[in-house]
Design a protein around this ligand. Structure first.
Ligand SMILES: C[S@@+](CC[C@H](N)C(=O)[O-])C[C@H]1O[C@@H](n2cnc3c(N)ncnc32)[C@H](O)[C@@H]1O
Length: 269
């Protein structure tokens, strides 16, 4: 697998799958993507598909999906999940071991939607990844990325009232900006990760011919799994939490502080 800081935290990612933190992320991403896919069925390339949440969801909705996952162990889980799906869903998914740094595997193909959700923070460069993925977007198609923004990475330790860590993060951000590099941090599953500058991502997409259609913050008010008070368990309460997060995540200034930022770019038709 190419240069990635993910494998050491693979098990933590899989173990967190049922947490409210991750379920909230997956549900908000689902709703947001749905709006940009405009109800049309098309071809999807899910880069860093993981255990296949979005690949399966979109195949269930009738899209034809390539689930690309370079990590051998994660790809084994992906195969298991696909095998457990309904035959018509299974038949709409192809699995590929290709990943960022090796997307030449798809050089002769273009997709209506290219996804890289929760992947860029493990790669050496977000802008290089955007340029590479943008090449594969068909005219009229979208590139959807879910990343950690630097403003959010700096804000988070302060939000958790870890003052020494917050001061270190602020100092590291200043140094990174002065040196023109990206901010580094350790994420919720313990992986060394990289935060992106919003402006640099948008510029990289623009250089590749894509414009920013919309962007969202994900998990703004809801943060840790062990937050107090305890997270809701009743369906109606949970629905209210999702509604609040959905609305905060679609407007400034709140969306800037989401733990994830979901940027949707489109290539003109
Ligand atoms: C946090 S998981 C996200 C999985 C999935 N996209 C989701 O949102 O549920 C990150 C995934 O990125 C994958 N990944 C890491 N390096 C990659 C690379 N160079 N190219 C593509 N995927 C990569 C990991 O193997 C892992 O499956």
């Amino acid at each position: 697998m190419s240069d990635s800081s993910f494998p050491g935290s693979r098990q933590q990612w899989l173990d967190s799958e049922e947490s409210l933190r991750v379920r909230l992320r997956q549900e908000l991403l689902r709703r947001q993507l749905e709006a940009h896919l405009r109800g049309r069925r098309g071809t999807v390339l899910d880069l860093g598909a993981g255990q296949g949440h979005k690949s399966l969801e979109l195949a269930e909705r009738g899209h034809t999906v390539v689930a690309a996952e370079p990590d051998d162990d994660m790809r084994a889980v992906l195969h298991e999940r696909i095998a457990a799906a309904a035959p018509e869903v299974r038949d709409r998914i192809t699995v590929s071991p290709a990943g960022f740094g090796a997307l030449v595997a798809f050089a002769d193909r273009r997709f209506d939607a290219v996804l890289a959700l929760g992947v860029l923070m493990y790669l050496p460069s977000g802008t290089a990844a955007v340029a590479e993925a943008a090449e594969l977007v068909a005219p009229g198609g979208i590139l959807a990325i879910a990343v950690r923004l630097d403003v959010s990475a700096v804000w988070r330790p302060a939000r958790l009232q870890d003052w020494p860590a917050a001061l270190v993060a602020l100092e590291q951000w200043e140094q990174a900006r002065a040196g023109g590099s990206d901010l580094r941090y350790t994420n919720e599953i313990g992986a060394p990760a990289r935060a992106d500058s919003f402006d640099r991502l948008v510029a990289a997409a623009s250089d590749a011919g894509l414009h920013l259609e919309q962007w969202y913050g994900i998990r703004i008010a809801y943060d840790l799994a062990d937050d107090e008070p305890a997270p809701p368990t009743e369906a109606a309460e949970l629905e209210t939490l999702i509604a609040v997060e959905e609305r905060l995540g679609a407007m400034d200034p709140f969306r800037q502080l989401g733990q994830l930022a979901h940027l949707v770019f489109r290539r003109p038709a």
